[in-house]
Design a protein around this ligand. Sequence first.
Ligand SMILES: Nc1ncnc2c1ncn2[C@@H]1O[C@H](COP(=O)(O)OP(=O)(O)OP(=O)(O)O)[C@@H](O)[C@H]1O
Ligand SMILES: [Mg+2]
Length: 590
Amino acid sequence: MVFSTPTELPAPVPAHRPQAPPPHQRRVYPASQFVQSPQAQFRHRIIVGVDFGTTYSAVAWGASSDPDSIEIINSWPTSGTRVMDSCPTEISYQEGSTVDFSWGYDIPSTARRLSWFKLLLESDEDDIKRKVNIPEGLDVMDVCTDFLHALYIYTMETLYRKKGRQVMEITKVDFVLTVPAVWNEAAKQRTQKCAEAAGFTNGHKLTMISEPEAAAVFCIKNQDAHNIGAGDRIVVCDAGGGTVDLITYNCLEISPRLRVRECAVGEGAFAGSSKIDRNFAEYFKERMGPHFENLRLETQQKVIKNFEAIKCGFRDRPDQELYHVTVPTVNNLPEAGIENGELIIPREDMRALFDPVINEVITLIYNQIKETSENAGRVNTILLVGGFGESLYLYQRVVAWAGPHDINVIQPKSAATAIVKGAVIRGLEIHLDASHPGKTQVERLCRKNYGTVSSQIFVPGKHLDEDAWIDPQTGRKMARNQVSWFIRKGQPLTDERRFSNNFHRNFKHPTPFLDAMVASTSDMPPNRVEGDVHVVCRMTSDLSSVPKNLFEKKWKGFRSFYSARYRLDMTIESAEIKFELVYNDRYAPS
Ligand SMILES: Nc1ncnc2c1ncn2[C@@H]1O[C@H](COP(=O)(O)OP(=O)(O)OP(=O)(O)O)[C@@H](O)[C@H]1O
Ligand SMILES: [Mg+2]
């Protein structure tokens, strides 16, 4: 393989975008009083897990990998005496301000609030954009950064309050942030940038891991009834507010060391519980008819909030035919079915609000079971986790569907907090040696094909004329835009495993050069940049500090040039991909 000059690639922005967005001063919070100095001598270490959810966010911490000793923040600003394992992922900017805001439970009930903004880190669907409605002067990353900063400060304050300043000054705090497994690299990168700007790297190490993986590890380690044993194949369905994320594991060993192997390529969709809220919003609007326009925005928001409790308690009991949602400011409106300030919803309408979403979830579970049966064998257990995973109606529907196939459905204890607690457990294991019995071994199946773009010697018939160029050093005809795939979709991966590919590059003077890493989800990815092949990242490497005599000197006629042979290494972790350039067995600055 020959790698010569940097290859031209289409920019990773859609071609129809008219022009670059206006320059925007993005949020970066100044270092807070909690910044940790890299020189400090730490005697303790705490791992904090952060589950930044679409609808609710949670924070947990621990100092040992014993699931029973993991603590969770359950008292939030203005949550009062109520114990809440999570706080609403909501923010409300003061009228006319893009800087002053309240968040979580602190938002006054009448204030206009932003929610579901996490989804915009991944999706640019117009429908979601309209619903989130980010105020002028801010973009989605500002909003996420502001919310995460509030979460960071509150977490650190809580740790200082609970443990005392003296202990905290000798305690290293590191963070593990969970992200949906189905998110693309750009969305994960945006999340990481927001977390960095929010303070999560102020002397702390920040790791990102996938939400369903964290949940699965917690549930298997924390089971009381030993429902899951070696040899079981389990589908973990993390049903949250925005996304439903699935992962399927073959449990190779449970104890003393947990070892699991993914046996279907994980999948997910925007099929979370907030879709039921959206269905309800439409339903309410329809029921209100022309009266809907007379309702104030706060009242509309309140009605959706009031529906939440009804939704969470719904279990399709034959002895309960009617459900009631309070509608403030409207007392009686017979044509809308509002009596004594309550909208009356028949049981079958409740089912109709849930069923399209649940059908989507069941289809996703079915896909995992089908793929597993083709690759690895029969799935015998389904674990429902996440907030929506606690729904009794979802449980009933999944049991009704899976029970006849002799598949066990489990709603584990702490289903809603499994993700954030699992993040702590995985974070505590990071420093353990790969052979340590306490280190969970997760073998994943790669979700995409990953590769790098290079030029190859032009072969007529194989390469396209539009890719042809002449290498000025060698005078050879080359073809640009060719992809060398490092890792194929479905290929097994572990955290420790490194994938390498060798290249060489010709130059007269060593100047920094650019390598483009690309991905494709296709089963048969093309060998050229086309179709769904997209840029994941670009890496600039600089070999200018390498003495020239270490490069191979070549000649073309009387003109000399240099040739460098180097290796590109790639490691894929739970939610992070690393590319490194290795020259002479040393990592090049990049
Ligand atoms: N019993 C229940 N029935 C139905 N929905 C529920 C129930 N309990 C919680 N939910 C819903 O689950 C969502 C919260 O779950 P969770 O905290 O797992 O989601 P999230 O982390 O905010 O979202 P995501 O994981 O998609 O980013 C909310 O939409 C909430 O209304
Ligand atoms: Mg979640």
